[in-house]
Ligand binder design. Structure first.
Ligand code: RI2
Length: 323
């Protein structure tokens, strides 16, 4: 390996990483697209003089993005897609390969979302009401496709503490012409009697069909099952977590307590521990269907699709921490 320094990380890539960490860029699919574009920017403007230095710089850039948030597997899957296609004997060839791969990845992302939307829309009938949790572009793509088919839909939207991403969902559904009722999270069970589907996205899907999604999804799914409301998960295949094929578990991100409570209130309450997990795990038995761009699957059979797409091993083409 060359000893030439790997060079600086592009300021735009650093700013993308910062925006992912602070959740200005959020949502598993959006994070994946932003990460691929950041690698393309790094490649385009790289001043590396040798192929080895270029490759090391890109792998370091991948690591910097990888370290932002741990749960949504779309991020490492995007890095894998782009960095595994980095090939060439010169800096120019390597650059082109990275830029082309990033573009191909973002095209696939858009296509996958609209394809899964068409499939998910088939589950929604004219006049149906869906209950949503958090904000998922994959889930909303199903609603949008159904509305485009001329179906009239209503939605009960959970606000989704602590960051209230339900507000984004409510706004986007209104723009589609969907009738929206906004509720606090604890009112969900009360309104389950009035809905036909629970419709959520996913940040990661494990090999056993467990769905890792915004905190509160698992409680909602258990309640929905008890009320006989089907639970539909909209997740393009970049949400499949290949490392779970070999028994690894998905790390659940713990976020800052300031998202839950402000400092003054916390002091008034007294000495308490505040915990703020961003995600939880819904076991496959509470999920009726996982809708992907490759079709709809019962959660227990998602492992077949995962093997087909990723094989048995998942490479980590970004730099390791001490490189
Ligand atoms: P799409 C979000 O996480 C939510 O959990 C949402 O269901 C999931 O990402 C998938 O979003 P966060 O980034 O990829 O708000 O479907 O913590 O847009």
């Amino acid at each position: 390996m060359s000893n030439e320094p790997a060079g600086r990380l592009h300021p735009e890539l650093q700013s993308t990483a910062e925006s992912i960490a602070t959740m200005e860029i959020r949502g598993a699919a959006t994070i994946a697209g932003a990460a691929a574009e950041a690698l393309a920017t790094q490649a385009r403007d790289s001043e590396a003089e040798s192929p080895a230095a270029f490759e090391r710089q890109l792998r370091r850039a991948g690591r910097h993005l990888y370290d932002t948030r741990p749960t949504a597997v779309s991020l490492p899957n995007a890095l894998r897609y782009v960095l595994e296609r980095m090939t060439g004997d010169s800096v120019a060839e390597l650059r082109t390969s990275v830029v082309d791969a990033a573009e191909a990845f973002t095209d696939r992302l858009d296509r996958a979302q609209s394809d899964l939307g068409e499939i998910g829309a088939n589950r929604l009938r004219d006049g149906d009401t869906v209950m949503t949790h958090c904000h998922s572009t994959d889930a909303l793509s199903c609603v949008e496709a159904a509305v485009d088919q001329g179906k009239e839909l209503s939605a009960v939207v959970k606000e989704t503490r602590p960051r209230n991403q339900g507000h984004i969902t409510a706004e986007e559904l209104r723009e589609m012409g969907v009738d929206v009722t906004l509720i606090v999270d604890s009112a969900a069970r009360r309104y389950l009697d009035e809905v036909d589907h629970v419709l959520v996205g996913a940040d990661s899907i494990a090999a056993d069909g467990s769905v890792i999604n915004k905190i509160g999804t698992s409680g909602l799914a258990v309640n929905a099952r008890e009320r006989g409301v089907p639970i539909m998960v909209a997740a393009q295949t970049i949400k499949l977590h290949p490392e779970t094929l070999t028994g690894q578990t998905v790390e659940i991100e713990m976020r800052d307590e300031s998202e839950v409570i402000d400092e003054t209130t916390r002091e008034e309450i007294g000495d308490v521990t505040v915990r703020n997990p961003a995600f939880d795990v819904t076991p496959p038995r509470y999920v009726d269907a996982i809708v992907t761009e490759s079709g709809q699957f019962p959660p227990e059979s998602i492992v077949t699709l995962m093997r087909e797409l990723f094989g048995e091993s998942a490479a980590r083409p970004w730099a390791e921490a001490d490189e």
